[in-house]
Design a protein around this ligand. Structure first.
Ligand SMILES: C[S@@+](CC[C@H](N)C(=O)[O-])C[C@H]1O[C@@H](n2cnc3c(N)ncnc32)[C@H](O)[C@@H]1O
Length: 184
């Protein structure tokens, strides 16, 4: 516990985000989850690879809240959103453990891809509480967490997180845990 207190959010240089995305085609992940006009929260959005795809799918009547604790990522996302003319992205430099700018029960889909393994361990329960607070009663969330020594996530912690939700689908892959969840 004492050691956990010292652990900080894991953040990455932009080039690492770029390389990682080469292995994750966006269609595979996000198209099945969202519809035009919905509201999405992309938590731990990085420089916004997925946020931009969400913005395109959701259209002008929809909206993406993009949140990352790393200012460099949010700056990069804002530049790309401007360049592509997306006006439906609201980006915040903030921890996912504190989202005062998102109303209760207001989000159709939460995308937390690779977030919960990067949050400082003593902040994870607050992030989970925020996910539960902002999700609509009929909303869904996609959670994934990397495994291994570079990630904070343990099997026990992952189970603890999933216990907070109704689990619709889950996979225990070689390098990551993934789950689609809704409110209990
Ligand atoms: C593995 S990257 C995933 C990026 C993005 N979701 C994707 O799939 O391309 C994890 C991201 O979480 C961010 N992060 C770490 N701790 C955070 C926190 N407490 N709140 C919000 N973002 C955080 C990091 O800065 C990083 O951009």
């Amino acid at each position: 516990m004492g050691k956990d207190k010292e652990k900080k959010d894991k953040q990455f240089p932009l080039i690492v985000h770029k390389v990682a995305r080469l292995f994750e085609p966006p269609k595979k992940f996000i198209e099945p989850f969202v519809k035009k006009g919905q509201v999405v929260a992309d938590l731990g959005c990085g420089p916004g690879y997925y946020s931009l795809h969400f913005a395109k799918i959701l259209g002008q009547k929809g909206k993406v809240f993009s949140v990352d604790s790393d200012e460099r990522s949010i700056d990069a996302l804002n530049k790309k959103a401007q360049k592509h003319g997306y006006k439906n992205i609201e980006a915040y430099t903030s921890s996912a453990s504190d989202l005062p700018f998102i109303e209760d029960n207001s989000i159709d889909f939460i995308f937390a891809n690779g977030l919960l393994c990067c949050i400082a361990p003593n902040q994870v329960e607050f992030a989970v509480n925020e996910i539960k607070r902002i999700l609509k009663p009929n909303g869904r969330a996609y959670l994934s967490a990397a495994k291994g020594s570079l990630a904070y996530m343990t099997a026990e912690e992952w189970e603890k997180i999933l216990n907070e939700f109704k689990v619709e689908k889950r996979e225990d892959k070689r390098a990551e845990y993934t789950a689609e969840v809704s409110l209990k």
